[in-house]
Design a protein around this ligand. Structure first.
Ligand SMILES: [Zn+2]
Length: 487
């Protein structure tokens, strides 16, 4: 058994630092501490449970990776309600928490002292890409931009990378947005990523990286709606041609978002709903809404993450830059960031894809099979089949056009209209506030899908999506806890 002795966190102005010791070396870690800095927010007077909540949200899934039983010993009793929330949320049957108390909520008055806003705000977890930019745009139109708070997390492998990422995001997107639209932004910087040796451990909390640690911001700004943005196809529910039910992206499904919202509200007396607006859209559909309705926001998006230079936005050679070129051609977005002729005739992306797919054979739908060099899936086929070659021809040299046509012949033989559509059954599952208004905006640009395809390609695997299936948060806390009460 691994014993984790948690120390009292150090809270100073806008930063909280966590520390712990283990009874033996756990190979997951590079160090036994991490911090979260809520830039400019004084968080000193928050109830301590706000921090234990963040610690549990992150450390339970990380320690859950170990195949051993893990006992957390805290310096102060943890409300069993909170322990139950995160153990169930992360299906962490190997975790035991001690000591526990039966505290079931915090005092309202404590909460009030911390709130700086009377009017509630909408918090958009904002990475600067097409999905969260689309969410931001739609919600600004519905709620008014003065009621929006963009929440920007900065993580990095080390201090150097964190500073670079931070600076690049400030320069390229946050400052221009602030200047252009006067939108309010809250930055949260953390070294949690550099605490861990491997990336799978870093991503193990999934969206709880944000939803589990954002509570000081929810309380300070009185956030009533908190959104993350993940496109629909991530939420497959099964494997095609099998009876296997498998909920992909389980931890950010609407059932889990609802569960977490209810648990947070019950304990912290908040009134927040966590929702994923992109649940009913593909990222191509989000891009299309931006291009057609919100070009003043689309011009700021930052998709490419391969470079560190805080003054360069596009590397012009990675699959995200490629997506930007294709999506712009598909939607008619006039971009001046990546030269189309350079992209099609000289970029390493095009060279790689042409070379690595040249010996493949067409599949049953006429397209060549997926190859990892492409970087993404059916939206690529759909765009290749939809982009008008004349639009490319007039902007490229002969070589660039020839390369485009080779790609089009290999991958542009079947359209997949679902990626350009509004997926009604998904939207219904969200039960969004202002759903009528949001629905109207989306359907102005994306037609409602009538019938879902038999299967989707997700990471090369044929998967299915069934919106009648419900994914339950397991109730494992009680059973587990009785079994493993510390001696
Ligand atoms: Zn790039």
């Amino acid at each position: 058994m691994i014993t984790v002795r948690v120390q009292w966190p150090e809270i100073k102005k806008d930063t909280v630092r966590f520390f712990w010791h283990t009874n033996k070396t756990v190979p997951l870690f590079r160090k036994n501490n991490f911090y979260f800095k809520y830039e400019g927010l004084n968080i000193e007077k928050m109830p301590i449970e706000v921090y234990w909540n963040a610690f549990l949200a992150l450390m339970i899934p990380v320690f859950n990776i170990c195949k051993e039983d893990v006992l957390f010993i805290f310096p102060h009793s943890i409300p069993s309600f909170m322990a139950e929330t995160w153990i169930n949320f992360h299906s962490a049957s190997n975790i035991t928490i001690s000591p526990l108390s039966d505290k079931s909520s915090i005092e309202l008055s404590t909460n009030h002292d911390n709130s700086t806003n009377v009017n509630s705000k909408v918090g958009v977890l904002f990475g600067g890409g097409k999905d969260s930019s689309c969410t931001f745009s739609i919600l600004s139109e519905v709620h008014g931009i003065e009621n929006i708070l963009l929440i920007s997390y900065v993580f990095g492998y080390d201090k150097y990378a964190t500073n670079k990422i931070d600076k690049r995001r400030e320069n390229m997107i946050l400052n221009p947005l602030k200047k252009d639209l006067n939108v309010k932004i809250q930055k949260i910087v953390s070294d949690f990523q550099s605490t861990l040796k491997d990336q799978s451990a870093f991503y193990s909390p999934h969206t709880a990286l944000f939803t589990g640690t954002v509570l000081p911001v929810i309380i300070k700004y009185n956030i009533s709606l908190l959104t993350h943005s993940n496109e629909f196809v991530n939420y497959s529910t099964g494997i095609y041609n099998s009876n296997i039910t498998r909920f992909n992206f389980r931890l950010s499904r609407p059932e889990y978002d609802n569960y977490l919202s209810a648990r947070i509200n019950s304990f912290f007396k908040t009134d927040v709903s966590i929702k994923n607006i992109s649940y009913s859209l593909s990222d191509l559909a989000s891009f299309k809404i931006l291009a057609q309705r919100y070009p003043h926001i689309l011009k700021h998006i930052m998709m490419c993450e391969t470079i560190e230079n805080p003054n360069i936005k596009w590397c012009k050679n990675c699959f995200k830059c490629a997506k930007y070129v294709f999506y712009s051609l598909y939607t008619g977005h006039e971009q001046h960031d990546i030269d189309i002729d350079y992209f099609f005739s000289k970029s390493s992306y095009i060279k790689d894809v042409l070379e690595s797919t040249k010996n493949l054979q067409p599949t049953e739908n006429g397209n060549y099979p997926f190859h990892p060099s492409i970087g993404y899936f059916e939206t690529f086929y759909h765009m290749m089949a939809s982009i008008n070659p004349e639009d490319v021809k007039k902007r490229t040299s002969q070589k660039g056009y020839r390369n485009f046509m080779i790609l089009k012949n290999r991958y542009g033989n079947k359209k997949f209209p679902v990626y350009d559509s509004f997926i009604e059954p998904a939207f219904k599952k969200l039960s969004l506030p202002f759903s009528k208004e949001i629905r109207k905006i989306i359907t102005t640009h994306c037609p409602e899908i009538e019938k879902l395809p038999e299967y989707f390609l997700l990471e090369g695997i044929k998967v299915t999506i069934d919106y009648n299936l419900n994914c339950h948060v397991p109730k494992i806390f009680n059973v587990n806890h009785e079994k493993k009460l510390p001696r």
